[in-house]
Ligand binder design. Structure first.
Ligand code: BGP
Length: 470
């Protein structure tokens, strides 16, 4: 094990998304987003209009409680906070020409608060919250018009916040569009009616929009940094059989394509072959090709688990996971939600990404969703979440190893530093936070915040710049 340390200026913090924390879904002139009609998460059918059982409508009320929450992040010593801007707060329908000033003013206030504590903002432009109107009227990212609406949105964000926000992410987990088209791409057409060409056309539109955002940022604020954001999930061969190795390579390629395009500026040969052999015909213009050449400054990613692949159909036992699935790894344990826990996989993926792209990396999601029990000690309510501490400690030890391997890593933000509504299941009981939020799956609870044991643990990790890891 290395005794190397984290670099000076390494950014430590936590990551969230507007729809999972803000609530106030109909306040401040906000329009509806696709999340407002997804009360049961990703695999249940959407509703026609918002229904009271949708926890995201109120979420954890960050919209009103952000000063208190940011003060708690500051208490832990955060130097970065990742949050997303709700597109439908800025453009309620998505296709207007003028933005909603009240929505813009809200994020001004959030940024004021972060500045007060010297916390660097890391802003996701689109995190699973396409305006519902764009989904219903345009079918989301399948439609090329979305590029223009996104461009308008991005220009407004850069004009308003570009001088205060240095780090931007264009799309959360952009490689999920293929798997969860409504949540990720605002694509209203039911999954089973979409042809692979429709899905990859949506992917292409997002890739072009991402490159366009990068170009605009570089023109307006040359010192700002724009990154792509992908789900990382290293794929291991189930056995040493070369056919399994090849199968794992193919599965990995389907994911890596997104960052390959973002970092190289063109579609790699294996993707072109895949398109050819799967009858995928894309509308790619010369202007699109020119735009794709505007490559990102860094690659950011979420990491929760690894997976396996095999060429042997009889061994394909599917493991549940963070949107992507694969074959279960017989050597690993899983979380209560079936996500296989693999700290070493994080070191592997950091090395793979660095070797492949030689671009700075940023881990913008990592964490354990678990059920917590609130207990009273000396009149204070808390949670003894040793399982969460162990998970994060073990992953961070591997991050340190990767840094010693020579990987350039800018920072680490845990997913959900404060309990929030789960993206995949829309539950509150799947908790990630260092801060407990008193809200239950049935919507009851005071919304009070309590520091968990991991709160104090993370404060120590940050204060020691990782030296307290064991
Ligand atoms: C990622 C999403 C997040 C977040 C996280 C944890 O896929 O970017 O929004 O929710 O996973 O997933 P879940 O909330 O389903 O436990």
């Amino acid at each position: 094990m290395t005794n190397a340390t984290f670099p000076d200026g390494f950014l430590w913090g936590g990551a969230t998304a507007a729809n999972q924390i803000e609530g106030a879904y109909d306040q401040g002139g906000k329009g509806l987003s696709i999340q407002d009609v997804m009360p049961r998460g990703v695999s249940a059918p959407r509703t026609v209009r918002p229904t009271p059982d949708n926890l995201k409508l109120e979420a954890i009320d960050f919209y009103h409680r952000y000063p208190q929450d940011i003060a708690l992040f500051a208490e832990m010593g955060f130097t970065v906070f990742r949050f997303s801007i709700a597109w439908s707060r800025i453009f309620p329908r998505g296709d207007e020409t003028e933005p909603n000033e009240e929505g813009l003013a809200f994020y001004d206030r959030v940024l004021d608060e972060l500045e007060k504590y010297g916390i660097e903002p890391l802003v996701t432009i689109s995190h699973y919250e396409t305006p519902l109107y764009l989904a219903e009227t345009y079918d989301g990212w399948v439609n090329r018009d979305l590029i223009g609406f996104y461009e308008r949105y991005v220009r407004v964000l850069f004009e308003r916040y570009g001088a205060r926000v240095k780090y931007w992410l264009t799309f959360n987990e952009i490689n999920s569009v293929l798997h969860i088209p409504f949540m990720s791409g605002g694509i209203n057409t039911p999954r089973e009616q979409l042809r692979p060409s429709d899905l990859y056309q949506a992917v292409h539109h997002e890739l072009v929009a991402s490159a366009l955002a990068t170009r605009i940022s570089h023109e307006m604020f040359p010192d700002n940094k724009v990154g792509c954001m992908v789900i990382s999930m290293p794929t291991y061969p189930l056995t040493p059989d070369p056919l399994d190795v090849l199968e794992a390579l193919h599965a990995d390629h389907l994911n890596l394509m997104f960052s390959d395009v973002h970092t190289r500026g063109y579609y790699p040969g294996y993707a072109l072959r895949y398109f050819r052999e799967h009858g995928i015909k894309l509308d790619i213009t010369d202007e699109d090709r020119a735009l794709l050449a505007h490559t990102v400054d860094f690659v950011s990613f979420s990491y929760y688990m690894s997976t396996c692949e095999t060429a042997d159909a009889s061994k394909k036992t599917v493991s549940r996971g963070n949107i992507l699935t694969g074959v279960a790894n017989p050597t690993l344990e899983a979380s209560e939600w079936g996500w296989q826990i693999d700290p070493v996989g994080l070191r592997i993926v950091l090395n793979q990404f660095w070797d492949r792209w030689q671009k700075p990396l940023f881990i913008v999601e990592n964490g354990l969703g678990a059920k917590d029990e609130l207990v009273e000690v000396d009149g204070e309510l808390t949670v003894f979440d040793d399982y969460r501490i162990a998970y994060l400690n073990d992953h961070l030890v591997q991050v340190r190893e990767a840094i010693a391997d020579g990987v350039e890593l800018w920072g680490y933000t845990t997913w959900g530093p404060i309990d929030l509504v789960s993206a995949s299941t829309a539950q509150m009981s799947k908790r990630y936070g260092f801060i407990y939020v008193d809200r239950n799956d049935d919507g009851t609870g005071t919304l009070e915040r309590y520091r968990k044991k991991s709160f104090h643990w993370y404060r120590e990790v940050i204060a020691s710049n990782g030296a307290s890891l064991t």
